[in-house]
Design a protein around this ligand. Structure first.
Ligand code: 13P
Ligand code: ZN
Length: 276
């Protein structure tokens, strides 16, 4: 695989995030753990920086290479100047430091959510048996709005709401969506909580902030986020039109799960947030 193809894959995703209104200013960040084919696109690259210590250790990611968006960079600009807005990094053999192999010109660094991305990669590498390689964090307005609209949001009532408002949801995220209470952006606390949640989920909502989505590649991670965000949009459109008058029932959700052979976490079914 040529490096340009890898860069185009990232640029397409970041452009889509901008187009959807999920990546205002420098909001959102993307990372991809390079697979064998993608690693072939970066062989021969020499370290462009010293080893830079990580704020968290990720020993199971020792020696792995990643493509990351840069901190403070606008995702809409990746396609215009990839060498400035994204970069390729490599972890050391202890998973405690990284160095830049390409990009992040000039004097740039990977996203401030580096710890959340790396700990998430460590979790999903193990929990999906090396299947999942992509992590996207973005600021999806409708999901964020739900975290302001309800005071009692939880993993179960948020999952139930989304499953009930859009028939794709139970198929696309049958293990539910985690709701994490507000924590400081870029903190190790948020990073650890997110990675823990990803042991069972593919999506994690950060209260009053955004979402993290994971998948085999950026398309799958993006698609999962998009489906959840669309369900939230449908819910808010109904609320604006006078409220939800009917929604997918438990039996209908079970029928969809059976039809598509989804191993859904039915125990998450709960009432609506807000007690309605
Ligand atoms: P970065 O510019 O450091 O990627 O931060 C954006 C963001 O969304 C933080 O949560
Ligand atoms: Zn953010």
């Amino acid at each position: 695989m040529k490096r340009e193809i890898l860069i185009r894959h990232v640029a397409k995703t970041t452009r889509d995030m901008w187009d959807r209104g999920w990546a205002e200013a420098n909001g959102g960040n993307v990372s991809l753990r390079l697979n064998e084919e993608q690693n072939a696109a970066v062989v021969g690259l020499q370290g462009q920086s010293e080893w830079i210590p990580l704020s968290v250790a990720a020993p199971t990611l020792q020696g792995e290479r990643f493509i990351f968006t840069g901190t403070g960079r606008y995702l809409r600009n990746v396609e215009l100047a990839p060498e400035r807005n994204i970069g390729i990094i490599e972890l050391n053999l202890c998973g405690t430091a990284f160095r830049i192999l390409w990009g992040f010109e000039s004097n740039g660094r990977p996203t401030s959510e580096l710890a959340a991305h790396l700990l998430s990669h460590a979790t999903i590498k193990e929990s999906t048996n090396n299947y999942a390689h992509a992590v996207i964090h973005t600021h999806t307005p409708s999901l964020i709005a739900l975290t302001y609209a309800f005071a009692d949001l939880s993993t179960s009532n948020l999952t139930s709401l989304l499953w009930r408002m859009h028939a794709e949801c139970v198929v696309v995220f049958p293990r539910g969506i985690e709701f994490l209470p507000w924590m400081m952006a870029g903190s190790n606390t948020l990073a650890h909580a997110t990675a823990d949640a990803l042991r069972t989920r593919t999506l994690v909502v950060w209260e009053h902030h955004g979402i993290v989505g994971t998948g085999r590649n950026l398309d799958e991670a993006f698609g999962r986020i998009y489906v959840a965000e669309k369900a939230a949009e449908i819910y808010l459109a109904c609320a604006a039109a006078g409220g939800v008058k009917k929604a997918l029932t438990d039996d209908q959700l079970q029928a969809i799960a059976d039809n598509f052979k989804c191993n859904w976490e039915k125990s998450l079914l709960a009432g609506w947030p807000g007690g309605a």
